[in-house]
Design a protein around this ligand. Structure first.
Ligand code: BGC
Ligand code: BGC
Length: 747
C-alpha cells in the first residue's frame, strides 16, 4: 500500500518536473490563460481557477520599490536579493510602485527601464504561474520622478489653459515616457477640486469648478490611456479636497448633496472616459475613513456609477484605519473592513507579509469571502491582460533615453504659455517693448528650478537636491535669451536692488511659493515670503514700475501688495519651459489667454469663496473665477438661446465673439447658467460650457453650445440630498461675456 502511494507520488512529481520548464518558458502556450488569441475574460477565469489563495492575495498586494532596494526601507540603491525574495517569491506580490522620489541610482530613463525589467524578470521566474507584476508611479506632470524627463505645468496651471485638447496631448506625452521605462500604471489624474487655498494639494487639482475639472480630468485620462500600455487612476475618490481648515487628511464634513453635485462629477466623467483604476480618498468624510466606506466604494462607485476596474488603496491607508483613524484597534480588522468595503489592492507599502498573512487568515476564518477575493483578483488580472503584460512584460532599455530625454519641449512650452494668466495690467504696462534696454530682475523665484517645478518633481517635496535638478529654463534664463542685448540685472539683495533700480526701465519681481507636497504644503495663510514683500514695498516706494510674476500652486494672499505693483502675471508651476513662456508673455511674443480656474480670495477669512455659491452667500474675491486679461480686446454680441424648450430637449445657445484689438489672441468663451427658481436654493451661477477660440484682429466667430441633462440637472430632494438628479422646469438665465438671455423649460 505504502509502496504504491510512493509510486503515484513519484509519477506526479515527475510530471510536474517535466511540465515546469514549459511553464516557465515565456513563449510556450500550455494553459488557456497563456493564449493571446482567447478573449480576456476566458483567460482571466482560467488563470484564476489555477491560483492558490496565497497567490490571489499576492495579486492584491502592492509594495514600494524602496523596499526592494538598499538595506532599509528608505535606501535608494541597487535591488536587494533578500528583499526581492521576500516580496516577490515568498509573498508572490503582484504590484510594485515608485512613491514620490523613489528612483534607481543613477536616476536616468535607461536605469529606470533596467530596474523595472529586473524586477519583472525576478517576479516571472519566481511565480509558479508566471504572472507579471504591474508597476505604478505618480507621473502627475510628466514622468516627473525621472531625471531628464520633460516636466509640464501642474494641473492647476493646465486648468487655466481651459484647453482639454492640450491637456490630452500633455497626458499622452507623459504616458509615452512612462511606458518607455517599463511602468504601466499612472496614479493620475486628480479629480479633487481646488476649493480651499490652505490645502497643500490645491495645485494638483484642476480648480474649483466640477464641470471644468471634469472636462480636464477626462481629457487627461484619454491622453494617458491612449498609450495602450498605461492605465490611469482617478484619485482620490471622494471628498478629499474639502478637509476642515484645509488641512490635508482632516475630516471633511460634506452633505450628500454637495458630494453628488460638486464632488462626484469629475469622477463620473473619468469613468465615462474609461479610466482603468480608482484610488480612494485617504482622509475621512463625515467621520468615516473612505478606505472603509462600503457606501462610497461599493454602493456609489460600483453600483451607481458602474465602475468595473481596480480600486487601489492610497499609501498605507489600510494601516491608517487603526493607527490614525482608530476605527478599529488592530491591523487584521482594518484589512477586513477595507477589503470588504471594496479595496481590491493595498498600497501596503512596505510590509508585504503583514498584509498577506492577515488577509489569508481572514479568508480562512470566513471573515472575508473567497468570492470577494476572486472579484478583486479578477479585476487585477483583467487589467494586466488588457495592458498586454503577459505578452510583453519587458521594455527595451536601449530606447528609454531616446524617448524621454529632451522630448516634447515644444508641447511643454505651449502648455506653459496657455496657462499664463494675466491678472492685472495697469496702463497696459505689458507687453514690455522688445527694445527695453534695462531690466532689474529680483525675487526668490526668478531663478529657481525647484520652485517653478513644484512638488512631485524628482523628489516627493520637489527637486530639492542641487545635484539632481531637472533641465529647465528659469525666468532669468528666458529673459536673457529673449533680450540678448538688454542689460538684465539680477540680484537677491535688497540694497543692491534699490541701487540698480535707478537705471532700470522696469522691475520684474518673480515671487510666490516654493515646492511642497501633501500635508507639508498646508498653510493657513499662504502668501509671499517676507523678503519678496519687502522688495516690492521698497521698490514701489521709489516709484518704480513693477511687474510681479507669481510662481506657485494656489491663490496667494496679495491684497496688501496689489496696489504696489503695475502688473501681475500668474505663472502657476509652469515646468521645464516656464521661463521661456514667462518671457514670451512679458514681451508680447505670446498674447496671454489663461483664465483663473478658481476664485482668488482677498483673505482666508472669506473662505469658502466660490463663484458658484448659493444665492444667499456673498462673493467678493480679489479676482473672480474665469478671470484673465489679454493684450487684445474681445467683444460679445448676438447671444441667442432657444427660448422655450420641453423637458428632455437640449437647449442651444450661441454667441458671436470678435477680436476688436490689434493682436491675435485666444479667448475662452465661458457660458454660465442661473436658475430663477429651483427645487432647492439656486446657485448664483454654474459653468455649463466653454470653448477656447483663436481670433485674428477684426475676426469674428460664432460659438454654439448645447445644454443637455448633464448641464441642466441638479440634485432634488429634502436636506438629506438623496433625491433624484433631474432637470427642473422653470426659467433660467444664461450669461456669457457680459451678456445675458433667458429661456424657459416647460414640463
Ligand atoms: C498620495 C497619492 C499617491 C501615493 C503614491 C500618497 O501619499 O496621496 O496621491 O498616489 O502617495 O505616491
Ligand atoms: C512618498 C510618497 C508618499 C508619502 C506618503 C513619501 O515618502 O515618497 O510617495 O505619497 O510618503 O506619506
Amino acid at each position: 500500500m505504502l509502496k504504491r502511494n510512493w509510486r503515484v507520488i513519484l509519477v506526479v512529481c515527475g510530471l510536474i518536473l517535466a511540465l515546469t520548464p514549459n511553464l516557465y518558458g515565456a513563449d510556450k502556450v500550455l494553459f488557456p490563460y497563456q493564449d493571446p488569441q482567447l478573449p480576456i475574460e476566458e483567460r482571466v477565469e482560467d488563470l484564476l481557477s489555477r491560483m492558490t489563495l496565497a497567490e490571489k492575495v499576492g495579486q492584491m498586494t502592492q509594495i514600494e520599490v524602496a523596499r526592494l532596494m538598499g538595506r532599509d526601507q528608505w535606501d535608494r540603491g541597487p535591488l536587494n536579493n533578500t528583499w526581492l525574495r521576500n516580496i516577490l517569491r515568498d509573498n508572490v506580490v503582484g504590484s510594485v510602485f515608485s512613491g514620490g522620489g523613489s528612483a534607481p541610482v543613477p536616476n536616468t530613463p535607461r536605469d529606470w527601464a533596467e530596474m523595472t525589467n529586473a524586477i519583472q524578470a525576478y517576479a516571472l521566474e519566481h511565480s509558479r504561474l508566471r504572472i507579471p507584476i504591474i508597476y505604478g508611479v505618480d507621473a502627475v506632470h510628466g514622468h516627473n520622478t525621472v531625471l531628464g524627463a520633460t516636466i509640464y505645468p501642474h494641473n492647476i496651471g493646465l486648468a487655466a489653459t481651459w484647453n482639454p485638447e492640450l491637456v490630452r496631448k500633455v497626458a499622452e506625452a507623459a504616458a509615452n515616457d512612462v511606458a518607455a521605462t517599463g511602468v504601466h500604471w499612472n496614479f493620475a489624474p486628480v479629480g479633487d477640486l481646488g476649493l480651499d487655498m490652505r490645502w497643500g494639494r490645491f495645485y494638483e487639482t484642476f480648480g474649483e469648478d466640477p464641470y471644468l475639472a471634469g472636462e480636464m480630468a477626462a481629457a487627461s485620462v484619454a491622453g494617458f490611456q491612449s498609450e495602450p500600455r498605461v492605465a490611469a487612476t482617478a484619485k482620490h475618490f471622494v471628498g478629499y479636497s474639502e478637509p476642515e481648515q484645509g488641512q490635508d487628511r482632516a475630516n471633511a464634513e460634506l452633505s450628500l448633496r454637495s458630494l453628488r453635485e460638486v464632488h462626484f462629477p469629475p469622477f463620473e466623467k473619468m469613468i465615462e472616459a474609461g479610466v482603468a483604476t480608482f484610488m480612494p480618498n485617504s482622509g475621512t468624510v463625515n467621520g468615516v475613513p473612505v478606505h472603509a466606506s462600503h457606501y462610497l466604494l461599493t454602493e456609489v462607485l460600483r453600483n451607481q456609477m458602474g465602475f468595473d476596474g481596480v480600486v487601489v488603496s492610497d499609501w498605507e491607508d489600510i494601516v491608517k484605519l487603526y493607527s490614525t483613524y482608530r476605527i478599529t484597534d488592530n491591523y487584521r480588522d482594518a484589512i477586513r473592513l477595507s477589503v470588504n468595503a471594496g479595496v481590491d489592492m493595498s498600497m501596503v507599502p512596505h510590509d508585504a507579509k503583514g498584509f498577506t498573512s492577515n488577509l489569508i487568515s481572514l479568508v480562512e476564518d470566513g471573515l472575508v469571502s473567497e468570492e470577494r477575493i476572486d472579484e478583486a483578483v479578477r479585476r487585477i488580472l483583467t487589467l494586466k491582460f488588457k495592458l498586454g503584460l503577459f505578452e510583453n512584460p519587458f521594455v527595451d532599455p536601449e530606447q528609454a533615453d531616446k524617448v524621454i530625454l529632451n522630448a516634447n519641449r515644444d508641447l511643454a512650452k505651449r502648455a506653459a504659455l496657455e496657462s499664463m494668466t494675466l491678472l492685472k495690467n495697469k496702463n497696459n504696462i505689458l507687453p514690455l517693448a522688445k527694445t527695453t534696454g534695462s531690466i532689474l530682475l529680483v525675487g526668490s523665484n526668478a531663478h529657481s528650478i525647484t520652485s517653478q517645478m513644484g512638488g512631485w518633481t524628482i523628489g516627493w517635496q520637489g527637486a530639492d537636491n542641487p545635484w539632481e535638478l531637472p533641465p529647465a529654463v528659469t525666468v532669468r534664463d528666458g529673459l536673457l535669451a529673449a533680450l540678448p542685448k538688454a542689460d538684465i540685472h539680477f540680484t537677491a539683495d535688497l540694497n543692491r536692488a534699490l541701487q540698480l533700480a535707478d537705471e532700470a526701465e522696469v522691475v520684474i519681481v518673480v515671487a510666490g511659493e516654493g515646492a511642497y507636497a501633501e500635508m507639508h504644503g498646508d498653510n493657513l495663510e499662504p502668501s509671499l515670503n517676507q523678503a519678496d514683500k519687502d522688495l516690492i514695498k521698497a521698490l514701489s516706494a521709489e516709484g518704480k514700475r513693477i511687474v510681479l510674476v507669481l510662481i506657485g500652486g494656489r491663490p496667494l494672499l496679495i491684497t496688501d501688495i496689489v496696489d504696489q505693483v503695475d502688473a501681475i502675471l500668474m505663472a502657476f508651476y509652469p515646468g521645464t519651459e516656464g521661463g521661456s513662456a514667462v518671457a514670451d508673455v512679458l514681451l508680447g511674443s505670446y498674447n496671454p489667454s489663461g483664465k483663473l480656474p478658481f476664485s482668488w480670495p482677498r483673505s482666508t477669512a472669506q473662505l469658502p469663496q466660490r463663484y458658484n455659491h448659493w444665492i444667499t452667500s456673498s462673493y467678493d474675491p480679489l479676482y473672480p473665477f474665469g478671470w484673465g486679461l489679454s493684450y487684445t480686446s474681445f467683444s460679445y454680441s448676438n447671444l441667442k438661446v432657444s427660448n422655450r424648450v420641453k423637458l428632455g430637449e437640449t437647449v442651444e445657445v450661441s454667441v458671436r465673439v470678435e477680436n476688436r484689438g490689434k493682436m491675435v489672441g485666444e479667448e475662452v468663451v465661458q457660458l454660465y447658467l442661473s436658475p430663477s427658481h429651483g427645487p432647492t436654493l439656486p446657485r448664483q451661477r454654474s459653468l455649463v460650457g466653454f470653448a477656447k477660440i483663436q481670433l485674428e484682429p477684426g475676426e469674428r466667430k460664432t460659438v454654439t453650445f448645447q445644454l443637455g441633462f448633464q448641464e441642466l440637472a441638479s440634485i432634488h430632494g429634502d436636506i438629506l440630498g438623496d433625491g433624484e438628479k433631474a432637470v427642473a422646469p422653470g426659467e433660467y438665465t444664461v450669461s456669457v461675456g457680459g451678456l445675458q438671455n433667458k429661456f424657459k423649460i416647460t414640463p
